[in-house]
Design a protein around this ligand. Structure first.
Ligand code: SF4
Length: 238
């Protein structure tokens, strides 16, 4: 049966399924999508804890599944080192980056534009270059205020399926999975970060919002870089 976009009671699933049921559901979602899209299913790997869980789940479905990483000139050294280690281990992970000149400290004056140039545009290029029909993300509905309005299978861009296979997992269940399967994680988590991004825009916080340390002190605080909210299948320029 073809994988189709669905409207599910996401919060109901978050609350009612146990850890093992969620893992099984995630594997099934990726498996179904991989059967339908084959090599045109590609994992977006941000190198955060959620992406590493999704990457591991995808590899359980098939070792041949490919992925892409979008990086920027502002990633912390720990993230760059972790990225290099992951790419050496998984050569099927392609790295996309936009090195075009941008105004100094654009992240402070116009973070939306900065994210658009450094994150959204390379994501569009990855989708195009890798001929992606279904991209797989590490989105979770309990991460913060901007992540409650997603479905496990979506088609926000016509002709591009977005699969969010761990949408219903709690933060605790991510760590449970990573610990059980000994999945490597970015060393920044040991310093206290809960959500990782570019160095100038990411802080350690202790509040209830998992993404509260992102773009702290700006109107974008706890928000999104745009890859989950902006169109991806449009003409791009790099
Ligand atoms: S997270 Fe900050 S530095 Fe990174 S692209 Fe967005 S605004 Fe720029």
């Amino acid at each position: 049966m073809a994988l189709i976009a669905t409207q599910e009671d996401i919060q109901g699933l978050v609350d009612s399924l146990n850890f093992a049921e969620k893992v099984l559901r995630s594997v099934r979602l990726i498996h179904e999508a991989y059967q339908e899209f084959g090599d045109r299913l590609v994992v977006a790997n941000s190198l955060g804890k959620d992406s590493m869980a999704v990457w591991h789940l995808a590899k359980r479905v098939s070792p041949h599944i490919k992925g892409f990483i979008v990086t920027t000139r502002f990633k912390p050294a720990e993230t760059v080192e972790f990225m290099n280690r992951m790419v050496a281990q998984y050569p099927e992970l392609r790295v996309f980056r936009n090195d075009e000149p941008i105004p100094d400290k654009l992240y402070a004056t116009d973070p939306n534009r900065c994210c658009d140039i450094l994150k959204v545009q390379p994501t569009r290029r990855a989708i195009e270059d890798m001929n992606v029909a279904c991209w797989v993300t590490g989105l979770r509905s309990t991460e913060g205020r901007t992540r409650t309005d997603f479905q496990e299978v979506e088609e926000r861009d016509k002709g591009l399926i977005k699969l969010n296979p761990i949408l219903i997992w709690h933060e605790r269940e991510i760590w449970q999975y990573l610990a059980l399967y000994k999945v490597p994680v970015n060393p920044l988590y040991a310093k206290g970060y809960r959500s990782l991004g570019c160095a100038p825009c990411t802080r350690i916080t202790t509040g209830p919002d998992e993404r509260g340390g992102r773009w702290l002190g700006t109107s974008k605080c706890g928000g999104e870089c745009g890859i989950h909210t902006r169109p991806l299948k449009v003409n791009y320029q790099i």
